[in-house]
Design a protein around this ligand. Structure first.
Ligand code: SF4
Ligand code: SF4
Length: 170
């Protein structure tokens, strides 16, 4: 009968007695496992009780910012929709009438603003292109919902509740 191991590896590669027992290798492996179990710091996060610390450059769900006076920064210029490689931003612009002037700094505003989070690739181009520093990908990563259509989010979800200073990009 042909010994395949000998044929391809040569007789010098014969396993020693201890190698054939496999026990030293098993104990060696167990020692590595035990070392990590007993002496290494755990990297597991007890989510959802414990939230992960997100890197400052993390790109999660979008937020449409308000300015210091609480007005919506977005002026419906379409730059973000134009640059978006996934074409997942849909904006409908409208004129700012005197009745809503207190909420919008420009002549136009986004009457509707929708992002399809299924199509979005979280590239951050929209944030880079926005001339008004209105749209940002924040550290929101809890995106689970119970139906597909809830992944198309509108202004009710996107617009920040409060105003704030002009955010600096990192
Ligand atoms: S992050 Fe990229 S893909 Fe997503 S909406 Fe912005 S530009 Fe489009
Ligand atoms: S979010 Fe910025 S880029 Fe997009 S339409 Fe509004 S102002 Fe323009």
């Amino acid at each position: 009968m042909i010994n395949v191991r000998e044929k391809y590896l040569g007789s010098n590669d014969r396993m020693s007695f201890w190698d054939r027992l496999y026990l030293p290798a098993i104990f060696k492996g167990m020692a590595v496992t035990l070392k990590h179990m007993l002496f290494s710091k755990s990297v597991t996060t007890q989510y959802p009780e414990e939230k992960r610390v997100i890197a400052p450059r993390y790109r999660g769900r979008h937020v449409l910012k308000r300015d210091e006076q609480g007005r919506e920064r977005c002026t419906a210029c379409y730059c973000c929709a134009y640059i978006c490689p996934a074409q997942c931003i849909k904006i409908m612009a409208a004129d700012v009438t005197p009745e809503i002037q207190h909420n919008h700094p420009g002549d136009k505003y986004a009457k509707s603003f929708e992002i399809d989070l299924f199509r979005c690739i979280y590239c951050g181009f929209c944030q880079e292109a926005c001339p008004k520093a209105a749209i940002f990908l924040e550290d929101i990563y809890e995106l689970a919902v119970d139906s597909r259509d809830k992944f198309v989010i509108g202004k009710d979800v996107l617009v920040a509740k409060e105003g704030g200073p002009r955010k600096i990009r990192v």
